[in-house]
Design a protein around this ligand. Structure first.
Ligand code: CDP
Ligand code: CDP
Length: 224
């Protein structure tokens, strides 16, 4: 039977992962955070001392990379060459490097193949930048989440503080986000873009619960 695929895209801090995770739990679907795959590629590049803007070195690197996803207690884990790197990939340095490596077509082609395989085999809520526009053009429901850059930076800043991570200043967080917004939306291959048939939700003044409820009702409407 054809699996149900929900695509959630948008820039950093728009609320994708929080919302996608809650929606997937509500529906009993798996949740796939595709950003984690680009983060794993970035980690490997950094470990090998590769400049993450060196396109040739990255297209070589990706030929022999093994990125895999599995689920433990319902949580997504990421394997890089058989090593669980789920925690290591969550640093600001890796966020920036992931945005750089994600601009390399060979990297995207390999990661997208994996993402499509997962979508073919599972009911899934998948979040990223190009899910509705490129990875799953036939997704059952496509959502594009936005929020002002100030709101997104503040969310990220608060999140770091909550996790007890020594937080950068709000200005630094905002600079990182702006760098990635620009990088992600101006790359040639599969950029961050709202798919023509995606529903856009500006979450600036919405709570997580409000956004989740709105998406669940859109999914219900779609299936009736
Ligand atoms: O995945 P993405 O970068 O798009 O964002 P996120 O990591 O899910 O959200 C960043 C933070 O914003 C989280 O701590 C969420 O709880 C918070 N958030 C919020 O305060 N209000 C929303 N409407 C959505 C997310
Ligand atoms: O959670 P956050 O929004 O900070 O980032 P992420 O979703 O983990 O993605 C990290 C980086 O990977 C992004 O800045 C994008 O450059 C890239 N990415 C992408 O190009 N395409 C995707 N489908 C997902 C992430």
């Amino acid at each position: 039977m054809k699996k149900v695929n929900i695509a959630i895209d948008g820039p950093a801090g728009a609320g994708k992962s929080t919302i996608a995770r809650t929606v997937s739990e509500t529906l009993g679907f798996i949740y796939l955070d595709t950003g984690a795959m680009y983060r794993a590629v970035a980690l490997k590049a950094i470990r090998q001392g590769i400049n993450t803007r060196d396109l040739n070195a990255l297209s070589e690197l990706v030929k022999n990379i093994d990125v895999r996803i599995f689920y433990a207690a319902n949580e997504q884990r990421v394997l890089l060459d058989n090593e669980d790197v789920t925690c290591e990939i969550r640093t600001p340095e890796i966020s920036i490097a992931a945005s750089d490596v994600a601009a390399v077509p060979e990297v995207r082609i390999k990661m997208v193949e994996l993402q499509r395989d997962i979508a073919k085999a599972n009911d899934v809520v998948m979040d990223g930048r190009d899910i509705g526009s490129y990875v799953l053009p036939d997704a059952d429901v496509k959502i594009y989440l936005t929020a002002t850059v100030e709101a997104r930076a503040l969310r990220r800043f608060n999140e770091q503080a909550d996790k007890g991570i020594k937080a950068a200043s709000i200005e630094e967080v905002m600079k990182d986000i702006e760098y990635r917004d620009r990088n992600d939306s101006t790359r040639e291959f599969a950029p961050l873009v709202k798919a023509g048939d995606a529903v856009e939700i500006d979450t600036t003044h919405m709570s997580v619960r409000e956004v989740v409820n709105k998406i669940i009702s859109l999914i219900k409407e779609q299936s009736t």
